[in-house]
Unconditional design. Structure first.
Lengths: 272, 268, 342
């Protein structure tokens, strides 16, 4: 047994060493760097009272929350529909819905440009119909559409997997007791999918908080938090503020995921 | 379920089809734009061309090579670092093991831009490291390692590896014999799914790489962003087309591998 | 008397401090099948794992195989054969690969290995399954493969952890008979853990009944059944009628009458009787009312109220009384025995 324990330690050691050197140590250093500006440790207090940073933080949180809500509604309906009905073309439709899975944010940004940019289809259509060109890719609305595009595929997959695992006997029991289809949805299906919604929603929120590629592609003037960090670091060379904001951003997303995991009791991890 | 094929079914189908259209139409547009001589005038009026694809290859071929190289290197690193960790976590469920798992997953929970900045602050001034492609590799390994561990661990738990190992021990298998004859073969589907995930994610990683890259180490997604910002739409589209040709087969393979690996739980 | 496996003062404490096994001495004879019987959590699986070398006794406990101290040897160096409750067949190997696995590790040449695998599969009557994947096997087939795999390495002792539990009732019965024959024919020393008392009785040359980390009684199945050492053993093994009453003038007085008090001390008394120690008898001195009757095929089990403080169970192969009927009972030899309080 002692020999086994030693072997296990040897197995884990390289990964832990790697993590310590290239993740934990840099994070601590970043926390420290946040305090190297002229204001020292109060940099953290200052960014939380600075109107521009605070406004950016709020904008990011509201955007992430609304993307999460919209994604859950859309993916919930589509996911449950695909999981619970059988028809010709279902597999193809599922494949379409999951095609953009793991598209990087930059590419998603480009997809939004093709939809709603200056040469986009929506512009063409509205131009043909009303004479005015509707272009919203380069605004917060464009970012919202981009994050939806990004979040729907993985959320649909999560919802489908959970919906297929729902015990059909629960629904049959509810119906045997006289529940109408809507009551079944309310009392059986939504509670049954709660864990999946919680997990997928947390990932969606955390990803939208930190996603950067889409905003970077769409425009530099959308001041969501990652863009502000990037600007402070590259243009402003304001390393202390960039570090402090990064640390704040990391702490928020990590806390959201940790809270969701505690609530769901399962495993929740973000991606992208 | 086939009985009430009424309004609810029609509404559900229409809604789902609409969502699918939202996701697929831009991809089709992008592919078409990449082979259209002049997107403004349309594919029919201006004709089909591979000119833009050729231009992209002239301008950005090095980014494709670098991204593939980094993805393969990241795969190698996550295999070496991650599979042993998954094995250790499958064997131990104590508090220390949970803590190690938590620490391991953290890089996924924290936005890439934050991790990237932290890496630059900590290691950016160390010798030639900053300008070498291995600097990006480190970031990619941090970000992809949890996926390798999770995927491998899930399969190891699904086949009930600890009991299989006890069986192998009862028949006289020592540590290395077990690892070779029981652990690796039975974890293989999870390792495969994890590997495809690592390569897919590494190829597309942008959030961290934008900060980590230098003019000498431009990866494919960074190149994409560059082309979207500074080139005409057709070139961006052609570049995207090349990226999709790399990515989509990986995604299909990943889906297949995941079904195979995690279908195990259903079969048992 | 030679001993195949011996435990000396073996106790086991989990990392969290809970005691799974109290200090236990146990000697298993060569060629015997020892059934370890008890409810879940009684320490029977811990006992098996200590013998196997999957767990190690708290000091100063020792494990000996034929007087050789193997206490510090891990399972892979003890040469035991083990059949797991879930069978733990390797999904990456086919049936022959599983059975030959231990031989491969022992560097047995391929030709000989194949021959030995074929022989074991033939003995298990599954030669046609050699190249089948293990996930295509039925429960019974898996059980046979697991047994063949454990036996192929010619182990010093065969350890079986609830090997029949995963099977359905009819198959379990069938394989129990087969297993009993096989163990006898091979003459291999084996330890068999189960929570099913019928299985323990049928398969064990001796049975160790365990409770709360302790062996309560070790003996031949008949001893365990006829002369239980503790109240727990009496209740856990077989059906027990508890007769609480008072002994006066050589008679055990019960709520519904009396029975002869052979060997019971005068005063308040607690006696135990198996169903076959009581019989329907029109001349009987104990009266009760039939609560329910269960048809078991070869006999009828009748539950009677009012005779003793608790309902009692009597079995008959003759015509059974109906529920509600008042019946008379008398004692059949051997007489009810005194029942320990705890």
């Amino acid at each position: 047994m002692g020999q086994d324990r030693l072997a296990l330690a040897v197995l884990v050691a390289p990964a832990i060493a790697f993590l310590a050197a290239f993740f934990l140590f840099p994070l601590v250093l970043m926390l420290r760097t946040g305090a190297t500006g002229p204001q020292g440790w109060s940099t953290y207090a200052i960014i939380l009272s600075n109107e521009r940073y605070l406004g950016s933080l709020w904008k990011t949180v509201v955007l992430a929350a609304s993307v999460t809500a919209a994604t859950l509604v859309i993916s919930g309906i589509a996911g449950v529909f695909l999981a619970r009905t059988r028809f010709r073309g279902r597999r193809l439709l599922t494949a379409f819905l999951t095609l953009p899975l793991a598209f990087p944010g930059v590419v998603v940004g480009f997809m939004v440009i093709l939809l709603a940019g200056r040469q986009g289809v929506i512009g063409e259509l509205t131009h043909a119909v009303t004479g005015d060109r509707l272009v919203f890719a380069y605004s917060l609305a464009g970012l919202f559409v981009g994050y939806l595009y990004f979040s729907i595929p993985r959320t649909v997959l999560t919802v489908m997997a959970a919906a297929e695992k729902l015990d059909p006997a629960l629904e049959e029991a509810a119906r045997s007791l006289g529940a109408s289809p809507w009551v079944v949805v309310r009392d059986v299906i939504i509670p049954g999918l709660k864990g999946a919604f919680l997990a997928a929603g947390a990932i969606c929120f955390a990803t939208a908080m930190g996603a950067f590629g889409t905003a970077f592609t769409l425009a530099t003037q959308i001041d969501v938090l990652p863009m502000v960090i990037y600007a402070e670091f590259t243009v402003g060379a304001n390393i202390a503020v960039a570090a402090a904001l990064s640390f704040l951003l990391g702490a928020i997303t990590w806390a959201v995921l940790a809270a969701a995991r505690t609530a769901a009791g399962g495993t929740v991890a973000a991606a992208g | 379920m086939t009985r009430h094929r009424g309004a609810v079914f029609a509404a559900g189908l229409a809604f789902t089809a609409l969502v699918a259209a939202f996701l697929v139409i831009p991809v089709i547009l992008s592919v078409l734009a990449g082979i259209t001589a002049n997107y403004q005038r349309g594919i029919i009026a201006s004709g089909v061309t591979l000119l833009w694809v050729e231009r992209v290859l002239q301008l950005y071929a090095h980014t494709i090579g670098l991204s593939l190289g980094i993805a393969l290197a990241a795969l190698l690193c996550t295999l070496v670092l991650g599979v042993p960790v998954a094995y250790a976590l499958a064997r131990h469920s104590g508090r220390l093991a949970r803590l190690a798992e938590e620490a391991l997953v953290m890089p996924v929970a924290i936005p890439g831009i934050a991790t990237g900045l932290a890496l630059i602050l900590a290691w950016g001034a160390v010798g030639e490291f900053r300008t070498h492609w291995s600097f990006i590799l480190v970031g990619h390994v941090l970000f992809t390692l949890p996926f390798m561990v999770r995927s491998t661990l899930a399969v190891m738990l699904a086949v009930n590896l600890p009991t299989l190992e006890e069986a192998a021990r009862s028949l006289g298998a020592g540590f290395f014999a077990r690892f070779r004859t029981v652990v690796l073969p039975n974890a293989a589907p999870g390792i495969l799914a994890g590997s495809l995930m690592v390569v897919t994610l590494s190829l597309g990683e942008f959030n961290m790489t934008l900060l980590l890259h230098t003019p000498f180490t431009m990866t494919l997604p960074v190149g994409l962003a560059d082309s979207y910002a500074s080139m005409r739409l057709e070139i961006g589209s052609a570049y995207t087309l090349i990226f999709l040709i790399l990515l989509v087969p990986l995604l299909v393979a990943l889906q297949w591998a995941s079904d195979r690996a995690f279908g195990l739980e259903v079969r048992r | 008397m030679s001993v195949a496996v011996e435990l000396r003062a073996c106790a086991f404490t989990h990392a969290d401090g809970t005691r799974a096994l109290l200090p236990t001495d146990l000697a298993i004879r060569p060629g015997e099948t020892l059934a370890v019987l008890g409810p879940s959590g009684c320490g029977k699986t811990t006992l098996l794992r200590l013998i196997a070398g999957l767990a190690f006794p708290d000091p100063p406990g020792r494990v000996l195989f034929e007087s050789r101290d193997v206490t510090s040897l891990p399972i892979e160096r003890r040469n035991v054969g083990m059949v797991f409750q879930s069978y733990a067949l390797f999904p990456n190997l086919d049936v022959a690969g599983n059975v030959g696995y231990g031989l491969r590790l022992r560097n047995v040449p391929k030709a000989e290995r194949d021959a030995r695998v074929a022989r074991w599969l033939a003995m298990m009557r599954i030669p046609e399954l050699a190249h089948r994947r293990v996930d295509q096997l039925s429960g019974g087939q898996r059980q046979r493969v697991a047994l063949a795999r454990a036996l192929a390495v010619e182990p010093a002792v065969l350890l079986l952890d609830e090997p029949l539990t995963a099977l359905d009732a009819k198959l379990r019965e069938e394989l129990r008979v087969e297993l009993a024959g096989l163990l006898r024919d091979l003459g291999i020393t084996s330890v068999f853990v189960t929570h099913d008392q019928a299985e323990a009785m049928a398969l064990g040359d001796r049975v160790a009944v365990m409770r709360a980390g302790k062996v309560e009684q070790l003996g031949a199945p008949e001893d365990i059944y006829r002369r239980p050492a503790t109240r727990f053993v009496a209740e856990f093994v077989g059906v027990l009628n508890v007769l609480a009453g008072e002994v006066r003038d050589g008679t055990l007085h019960l709520p519904g009458g009396s029975l002869p008090a052979n060997g019971l001390a005068p005063g308040p008394a607690l006696a135990g009787a198996r169903p076959e120690q009581l019989r329907f008898d029109p001349e009987g001195t104990l009266t009760g009312r039939v609560r329910a009757a269960f048809f078991l095929g070869d006999r009828v089990r009748v539950v009677i109220e009012g005779a003793a403080a608790n309902p009692i169970t009597v079995e008959t192969t003759g015509a059974a009384p109906r529920p509600g009927e008042v019946v008379r009972l008398s004692a059949a030899p051997p007489a009810p025995w005194p029942l320990p309080d705890a």
